[in-house]
Ligand binder design. Structure first.
Ligand SMILES: *Cc1c(COP(=O)(O)O)cnc(C)c1O
Length: 389
């Protein structure tokens, strides 16, 4: 069968390939330590589940408005105003099937053939594919380990051309866990204002922060950047709701109208009763998030300690999310080969950095229990000893 060219130009996900292999090994009874998870391992908090049960009993089972339940759009606008200092109103919000589909809808609404979209690398693997699907051209800026995997304002300025339509900004970052400080965010914003370039801020990890790290929404740093900003977020990471498929974008009205038209002919509204879980998440306070953070904090400490004890690897200390991005280039294997052998020889699943645009590193997720972290890191140490440098 001849498929549309649009699909054949997109790469299948390497992440899913490794995860599928690890799952198949587990199903065969093999003791695999998986550091490949891109999602929190906690259950969704009870008060959120209770709200959905109530919504079901109240008959919230019908079609709803394509852009989302009015009550949820209001709750999201209020959250963005109070927590992020972003003056959006409910009509500036569209509820989508996860943060991923929010970004997909955005690219489809905004990007045309010839448009360039600037993406700092390492990047979340779906960004470039979505840009390509929309007919645009991804343009990468290499963020170096020496600069803690953050780009500089100069790098951004140099990458902007007259074709630049959008800049993708993800802090805290997947895969590196790096967090831009408020001053760094302001400096990036200044370049965007100067060049009048739109920015989409993917803030899905905003609540998962360590030490003194602070999340700063780029749209909040000045009155000039706000109209150029598209803010993307969701419920998956902060509230452990990955399977619910609930995300959103807040942006200037014109864009939300365009995205809503597209959504009205594609997915229509997000599952109506699930949206009542999202309202409960926003109105239920952040104690449940704190409880998850306490666990993440401990796991991060243990995994970082183990990584720092490994010979010939390096990893700048991340301030957010639940990943370590570990440089393994001293061992002379490309990242895919490294991860394939690690899985095969020591039954540890990690994601090759090449999936995120950096072939020198691997991504280790600590969204798993401490016992697995300790056992898996001991195995990783053994694996390194078998590789001669
Ligand atoms: C997980 C993730 C998302 C969105 O996830 P959804 O499950 O679609 O809400 C978006 N951006 C990044 C960087 C992520 O890691």
């Amino acid at each position: 069968m001849k498929l549309a060219a649009r699909v054949s130009q997109v790469k299948p996900s390497i992440t899913l390939t490794i995860s599928a292999k690890a799952k198949a090994m587990k199903a065969d009874g093999i003791d695999v330590c998986s550091f490949s998870a891109g999602e929190p391992d906690f259950d969704t908090p009870d008060h959120i589940k209770a709200a959905v049960k109530q919504a079901l009993d109240a008959g919230k089972t019908k079609y709803g408005p394509a852009a989302g339940e009015p009550l949820l759009r209001q709750a999201i606008a209020k959250k963005l105003q109070t927590e992020n200092n972003l003056p959006y109103s409910a009509e500036n919000v569209i509820v989508t099937n996860g943060g991923k589909h929010a970004l997909y809808g955005l690219m489809m609404t905004l990007i045309e053939p010839g448009d360039e979209v600037i993406i700092p690398a390492p990047y979340w693997l779906s960004y470039p594919e979505m840009v390509t699907l929309a007919g645009g051209t991804p343009v990468f800026i290499d963020a170096t380990a020496a600069n803690h995997y953050k780009i500089t304002p100069e790098q951004l300025r140099n990458a902007i051309t007259e074709k630049t339509k959008l800049f993708v900004f993800n802090s805290p970052s997947n895969p590196t866990g790096m967090v831009y400080s408020p001053a760094e965010v302001a400096a990036i914003a200044q370049v965007l204002v100067e060049k009048q370039v739109l920015v989409v801020a993917d803030e899905i990890y905003e609540k998962i922060l360590y030490g003194t790290a602070e999340h700063c929404s780029i749209g909040s740093v000045s009155a000039d950047i706000f109209p150029l900003t598209i803010t993307c977020n969701g419920f998956a990471k902060a509230f452990s709701m990955t399977g619910w498929r609930l995300g959103y974008i807040a942006a200037p009205l014109e864009l939300i109208k365009g995205m809503t038209t597209l959504q009205s002919h594609s997915t229509s509204n997000v599952c109506t009763f699930a949206q009542y879980g999202a309202i409960a998440a926003l109105e239920g306070g952040l104690d449940c998030v704190q409880a998850m953070l306490t666990a993440f904090r401990k796991r991060r400490e243990v995994m970082l300690g183990a990584v720092h004890a490994l010979p010939q690897v390096s990893c700048p200390t991340p301030d957010g999310a639940f990943y370590l991005f570990v440089d393994i280039q001293a061992y002379g294997l490309d990242s895919l080969k490294f991860c394939q052998r690690l899985l095969h020889e020591q039954q540890v699943a990690a994601i090759p950095g090449v999936a995120f645009g950096n072939d020198y590193c691997i991504r280790l997720s600590y969204a798993t229990d401490l016992e697995t972290i300790e056992k898996g890191m001991t195995r990783l140490d053994k694996f390194l000893q078998t590789l001669s440098i």
